[in-house]
Write a protein that binds this ligand. Structure first.
Ligand SMILES: *[C@@H]1O[C@H](CO)[C@@H](O)[C@H](O)[C@H]1NC(C)=O
Ligand SMILES: *[C@@H]1O[C@H](CO)[C@@H](O)[C@H](O)[C@H]1NC(C)=O
Ligand SMILES: *[C@@H]1O[C@H](CO)[C@@H](O)[C@H](O)[C@H]1NC(C)=O
Ligand SMILES: *[C@@H]1O[C@H](CO)[C@@H](O)[C@H](O)[C@H]1NC(C)=O
Ligand SMILES: *[C@@H]1O[C@H](CO)[C@@H](O)[C@H](O)[C@H]1NC(C)=O
Length: 626
């Protein structure tokens, strides 16, 4: 038994530890930009949040583990149209999957591309209104979606990761100014993930997929710790050795040797270009890359100077609204970038257009939303990295056209629908039921694929060749086309494919309007239905109704468990080997893309910026439903 003196001391220590543990780490302004906009604009003298020594919060999210090169699982998912299975293999460039998979129902897909991780740092404040927290999460979600669409694996770090770094205690004891501390924690968290790319959550990719900066970042070779000229602390990259090397120098930084004497000098580094860590290090320690226009960084300075409507709303009483306006602004710039990258607009491939109006309805819905001008608080504004953009307006909004075949140019973005051969035969020959003798006597083989590629590939090529070209198109990266199948693609999937939220609301008049009198947001009218393919008689509504019935019948037949119907579907598939393969490939490809994302979302569910955390997800879109 220790002497009573020590017992008392132990008790005091225990109470102190418990208090800290239960209250968690101190609040930290870790997304300085949102806060400081409000500060800069409205409340220039807001006091800094005081700094207490922090201890790990046992109730917070667990820390991310450093990355492990992910295995590429072969997989299956259940589907209404039977089991959907795929194998992943470098030998995927094979017209017929079954020659490798030895199974009619397993598609052979190209290997998943490796997604290099990109990190951002976000540590939610303890005392924060729910709406503000959700709005911040929606911004982080926008960041994750945009980088995901560009082929990265976006990871949101928090203080948890910093706590796992060996230097954590050291910096912890320094009693740093809160802004300096946040920056240090950001670097520690990043170093704990073994380096890579560290981005501010308001730094988003806004460029073509092949943009040199983005391509460079995807290569994952950054031996030298660097940042980018003009992007402040928007983005850093460096491998583990480079980042750890910088932290070692930081520990030995002369200013940090005498905290009391240098207090003001240290605090001042946070406001300088690049942030505290950069300015505590020597300029030679971090290289400056000049060649980068692919990343848009909405820094405090940029928001206050270029996006006044948003800055004005970021007051402490309307902060949630301000953050949502910022989300809309960022989203509109991402959407605008997509539109500018496809100067000819949207194309819908509609082979055999006579009786396929209902079949391509989902494509038209998506394409109309993609050509609509994005909702924005400042529709005439340009992204920070492309001040000379051409904003979208009702007069120059992108074109939307139907073509009876695939038009092979990347100036269009093409949306296509890949039908099952049973469906296309039933629609094209306007027959409610197909049978074997009809197929033999009347039906052309591989009608859909041959028609789709008749111009872009020309005559004299085999079905196998067309099939391979089609597979290349579906799996192309960068993708300039989207192929829908009977497998429904949900809106969530689309948002992650394109990297921005597709508009779900439109102005009710032919002019841009605001959803409500108070709202700063401006929504645009929905583009009209595209003109039908030239030379095609527009079917009466009676016909489209019949067509819909036929489409549903065909879907039922493909799903049917009835042996007789299954026999017919099999016969149709045998008669149309290439069309069947195209359908299987396209739907396996999109199912795998969806599984990859869902799995990632599940893993990230507990961290900031997940779809779950931004739970008002529907809500901010609801807010501009008219
Ligand atoms: C996927 O299947 C192929 C062929 O069966 C096999 O070689 C490969 O190892 C499998 N990959 C995984 C991750 O299971
Ligand atoms: C820190 O600086 C102050 C003022 O210059 C000085 O009095 C003090 O001795 C210094 N402390 C150390 C540990 O160098
Ligand atoms: C907003 O800031 C002002 C001035 O600093 C302060 O008086 C007010 O209480 C703040 N309001 C809220 C809701 O925090
Ligand atoms: C598109 O054009 C490229 C280059 O000319 C060609 O290699 C490819 O086969 C074409 N693809 C299709 C589907 O027409
Ligand atoms: C397209 O926008 C309309 C409303 O304008 C909406 O009902 C529909 O869900 C949107 N579709 C997609 C795929 O975003």
């Amino acid at each position: 038994m220790p002497p009573p003196r020590f017992q008392a001391l132990l008790l005091v220590a225990l109470v102190a530890i418990l208090t800290l543990a239960l209250n968690g780490p101190p609040s930290t302004a870790d997304l300085p930009t949102y806060e400081s906009v409000a500060e800069a604009v409205k409340n220039p003298h807001l006091p800094d949040v005081g700094s207490l020594p922090a201890v790990p919060n046992p109730f917070g999210p667990a820390a991310h583990k450093p990355p492990n090169p992910a295995a590429q699982p072969n997989s299956t998912v259940a589907s209404a149209y039977g089991k959907l299975a795929w194998l992943t293999d470098f030998k995927w460039r094979n017209p017929f999957s079954s020659s490798i998979t030895l199974d009619e129902n397993t598609a052979l897909l190209p290997p998943l591309r490796e997604r290099p991780p990109i990190y951002t740092y976000y540590n939610a404040r303890k005392k924060q209104a729910k709406e503000v927290a959700e709005a911040e999460n929606r911004l982080v979600l926008a960041w994750r979606r945009a980088w995901w669409a560009q082929g990265f694996r976006p990871v949101v770090l928090s203080r948890k990761e910093a706590e796992h770094h060996p230097h954590y205690q050291l910096f912890q004891r320094m009693e740093l100014d809160s802004k300096v501390e946040v920056d240090m924690m950001r670097w520690l968290a990043w170093a704990n993930m073994r380096g890579g790319i560290l981005a501010n959550s308001l730094a988003l990719p806004m460029a073509e997929y092949e943009n040199p900066m983005l391509a460079f970042l995807r290569r994952q070779e950054y031996p030298q710790l660097s940042r980018v000229e003009g992007l402040d602390s928007g983005i850093f990259f460096g491998d583990q050795a480079a980042v750890e090397g910088a932290l070692k120098k930081l520990v030995n930084c002369p200013l940090l040797k005498n905290m009391t004497a240098n207090k003001d000098k240290i605090a001042a580094t946070a406001a300088k270009d690049g942030g505290a860590v950069v300015n505590l290090l020597a300029p030679a320690d971090i290289a400056k890359d000049t060649n980068a226009n692919g990343i848009a960084y909405y820094s405090t300075a940029v928001i206050t100077s270029s996006y006044k409507t948003v800055a004005d709303t970021l007051t402490n009483t309307t902060q949630a609204e301000g953050l949502d306006l910022l989300s809309s602004l960022v989203n509109s710039h991402l959407h605008l970038t997509f539109q500018e990258l496809h100067p000819e607009g949207l194309a819908i491939a509609q082979p055999l257009p006579e009786h396929t109006t209902s079949l391509i309805e989902p494509s038209i819905d998506i394409a109309r939303n993609l050509t609509q001008c994005p909702a924005s608080p400042m529709p005439k504004s340009c992204p920070p990295n492309r001040p000379k953009c051409v904003p979208c307006s009702t007069k120059n909004s992108p074109k939307l056209q139907l073509f009876p075949e695939f038009v092979n140019t990347t100036k269009f973005f093409t949306v296509g629908t890949v039908p099952h051969p049973y469906t296309i035969n039933s629609l094209h020959y306007t027959r409610n039921n197909l049978d074997v003798s009809f197929l033999r006597n009347n039906a052309k083989r591989d009608l859909w694929l041959n028609t789709l590629t008749q111009k872009s590939i020309g005559t004299g090529h085999s079905e196998s060749y067309r099939l391979l070209q089609f597979k290349e198109l579906v799996a192309a990266n960068p993708a300039h086309s989207l192929w829908l199948t009977a497998e429904r693609t949900s809106k969530d999937d689309l948002d992650w494919i394109f990297g921005f939220e597709l508009p779900t609301a439109a102005s009710k008049t032919r002019e841009p309007t605001s959803p409500s009198e108070k709202s700063e947001l401006i929504v645009f009218p929905r583009p009209a239905f595209p003109e039908p393919v030239k030379g095609i008689e527009v079917p009466d509504s009676i016909w489209t109704e019949k067509e819909k019935g036929r489409l549903n019948k065909a879907r039922d037949a493909i799903k049917s468990k009835d042996r007789f119907t299954q026999g017919i579907v099999d016969a149709v598939e045998q008669w149309n080997l290439a069309d069947t393969e195209a359908w299987k490939f396209a739907r396996a490809y999109s199912a795998r893309r969806r599984v990859e994302r869902k799995k990632w979302e599940e893993e990230e569910g507990k961290y900031a910026g997940s779809e779950k955390k931004a739970s008002g997800k529907g809500r901010w879109t609801d807010r501009f439903v008219l």
